[in-house]
Design a protein around this ligand. Structure first.
Ligand SMILES: O=C(CO)[C@H](O)[C@H](O)COP(=O)(O)O
Length: 211
């Protein structure tokens, strides 16, 4: 396999800083539109290698790089490995939205089945998470992505999370949505770090190999 030692800045500000600090060559997806391999983290990975991403609010850029890659690989620790998305990642699907449209998108997500405060006891079971605009921790106001957009975290009931591609399609069609933190059918493999320090690799055929 041929590698170019160029790292792309689109994965977000933090990645860009790490690339510069390490003295590596910083590239750009508009110059390197085809990538051999993209390796990325995930917030949760299901049995079919679908993933939730966007815990760091970078899912738009990360999806552009994943789609540009011949091979897209995920790395995560064992706590992010589950049968169905939403099992261990409870805060919901990260959705990047145009700021002026966020109230409209919140309404449409609620209509799609994402629970709001009023209905949380029936809709989300034990976890109690509800549809929210993600707020900053060290700043007042909402989190603003590297693209100047807001992030909505939208939990959905288990029966909808079991069909992530259908859910992705429905959310992506809402006007005002820029990108959805569901990565479906994209990964060639997921590498999980185990509690004992070993690594397990799961492939698209469902096979798991311990390294
Ligand atoms: O999707 C992401 C950022 O948008 C990250 O890949 C995801 O949040 C995992 O991060 P970490 O490996 O630091 O736990």
């Amino acid at each position: 396999m041929r590698f170019r030692h160029v790292l792309l800045s689109e994965a977000g500000f933090q990645s860009q800083q790490l690339i510069i600090e390490a003295g590596l060559t910083l590239g750009d997806a508009s110059v390197y539109s085809k990538i051999d391999v993209t390796i990325d983290g995930a917030d949760e990975v299901d049995a079919q290698l679908n993933a939730i991403k966007g815990g760091g609010a970078c899912q738009l850029r990360e999806k552009v790089l994943a789609e540009a890659a011949e091979t897209w690989i995920m790395v995560a620790d064992y706590r992010k490995n589950s049968e169905t998305l939403g099992t261990n990642w409870h805060q919901g699907i990260p959705i990047e939205v145009a700021p002026f449209a966020y109230v409209a998108v919140l309404h449409r997500l609620a209509q799609l089945g994402s629970p709001t405060t009023a209905e949380k006891s029936t809709a989300v079971g034990a976890h109690g998470q509800v549809l929210t605009l993600r707020m900053g921790k060290a700043k007042a106001g909402p989190v603003v992505s590297d693209n100047g957009n807001f992030i909505i975290d939208a939990p959905f009931p288990k029966e909808m999370m079991e069909r992530p591609t259908d859910l992705l399609t429905k959310i992506k069609l809402l006007t005002g949505v820029v990108e959805v933190g569901l990565f479906c059918g994209m990964a060639k493999a997921a590498y999980f770090g185990n509690a004992d320090g070993s690594v397990s690799v799961r492939s698209t055929d469902g096979s798991v190999k311990k390294l």
